[in-house]
Design a protein around this ligand. Structure first.
Ligand SMILES: NC(=O)C1=CN([C@@H]2O[C@H](COP(=O)(O)OP(=O)(O)OC[C@H]3O[C@@H](n4cnc5c(N)ncnc54)[C@H](OP(=O)(O)O)[C@@H]3O)[C@@H](O)[C@H]2O)C=CC1
Ligand SMILES: CC(=O)N[C@@H](CCC(=O)OP(=O)(O)O)C(=O)O
Length: 345
């Protein structure tokens, strides 16, 4: 059994890790931290986990965490970068769900996250945890930087178009919408039901911290500069992201060619589902599941290709992808613990 620790066990991604790992055949959760709930049994706080865990929250003590084979960080930005070097020196591997190690350029990171980076060495050595691109590097990684939720939905939808060179990389548009759990469990007035219920808005349209992460991944796929406009929106629902992506083809190309391109690119990917041309993937078709479902569209003779991509922000956008990365790192079946289908309705 792989001995796992979770730092940040009372947040939405922490409790989602617990839910997924509760039935994982190869994992024992040995430690789960919370400073505010230390001493409280997990099952008292989360009744859905009653009968699954005989474990209480503890303070995030580095020496105890270092006894684990793998530690997940489900903490706000700036926490993992201070603890990771010590854990890795002690032989513990890490999957960080925060953004601490996602961005290569540390000046860019500091600008968007509002603090100087404190672990330049590991920012350079971390592997970006998008298995559909970096599976081989993830196998050997000491530290995996789990992608952000919006960047997962957006990158997976654009990748085949950019890798093939079929589209003009200068004018990409990602119009994305998220449920409120994307903002975490901390109380904020702007996230109250009375503030977001029966309403819908764009936010971060002048710039969101996921923009540099998205750009970094798309530039790698395109092999050069890309121009991308990313606008997130907040939906009055709990889980799910839908990203509607727009790209212009350089030369005329048939529906069949485009559909074939996507189907071939993701043929061996257990968690990416390319639906029939013209389908409309719904967020509820991935709720609670580690899947990204996508479909292609084109209007009459327009050169614009439309991709609709959906994920559950807490699963393929966070905890599920983190477990997928753990499975790859430890040579387990990649789908272990992640095989359950979505909740519908
Ligand atoms: N929500 C989502 O859909 C997604 C979230 N992420 C990222 O995952 C991370 C966690 O997100 P989420 O679960 O939503 O966050 P929450 O705000 O819901 O939870 C944060 C957790 O971290 C703990 N924590 C806070 N500060 C510290 C600290 N200094 N040291 C140790 N533990 C700390 C908190 O517990 P306590 O204060 O009691 O210790 C709490 O358990 C974030 O970086 C987020 O950006 C990534 C993709 C999607
Ligand atoms: C709805 C909502 O507020 N979503 C969050 C998503 C960010 C997230 O959780 O991902 P990171 O780990 O990259 O911060 C936001 O826009 O800030």
């Amino acid at each position: 059994m792989i001995k796992v620790g979770i730092v940040g066990g009372t947040g939405y991604t922490g409790v989602e890790l617990l839910r997924i790992l509760a039935t994982h055949p190869e994992v024992e959760v040995a430690m789960i931290t919370s400073r505010s709930e230390a001493g409280q049994p997990v099952a008292d706080m989360y009744p859905n986990l009653r009968g699954y865990y005989d474990l209480a929250f503890t303070e995030p003590d580095e020496a105890t965490l270092a006894q684990c084979d793998l530690v997940f960080f489900a903490t706000p930005h700036g926490v993992a970068m201070r603890m990771v070097p010590g854990l890795i020196a002690a032989g513990t591997r890490v999957v960080d769900l925060s953004a601490d190690f996602r961005i290569r350029d540390l000046d860019v990171w500091a600008k968007w996250y509002g603090m100087p980076h404190e672990s330049a060495e590991w920012a350079g050595r971390a592997v970006y945890g998008l298995p559909e691109v970096f599976r081989e590097q993830i196998r050997e990684a000491q530290l995996v930087a789990n992608p952000g939720c919006y960047p997962t939905a957006v990158q997976l939808g654009f990748l085949p178009l950019l890798e093939s060179g079929l589209v003009n990389p200068a004018h990409l548009v990602a119009d994305a919408k998220s449920g409120a759990s994307g903002a975490g469990r901390q109380g904020k007035i702007g996230m109250l039901h009375g503030e977001i219920g029966e309403s819908f808005k764009a936010y971060g349209a002048s710039g969101h911290r996921h923009l540099p992460e998205i750009r970094q991944g798309l530039e790698l796929a395109a092999g050069g500069r890309v121009g991308v406009t990313f606008v997130p929106h907040l939906l009055p629902m709990i889980r799910g992201i839908e990203a509607t992506l727009y790209a212009e083809v350089r030369d005329p190309v048939s529906f069949d060619t485009l559909q074939g391109l996507f189907e071939k690119r993701y043929a061996n990917e257990p968690f990416v589902d390319v639906m029939p041309f013209g389908a409309h993937p719904e967020t509820r078709s991935v709720r609670g599941a580690n899947h990204c479902r996508m479909a292609l569209h084109r209007q009459e003779d327009s050169p614009v290709i439309i991709v609709s991509s959906v994920i559950d922000n807490l699963v393929k956008g966070a905890a599920g992808q983190a477990v997928q990365n753990m499975n790859i790192m430890f040579g387990l079946e990649e789908t272990a613990g992640l095989a359950a289908p979505a909740l519908l309705p």
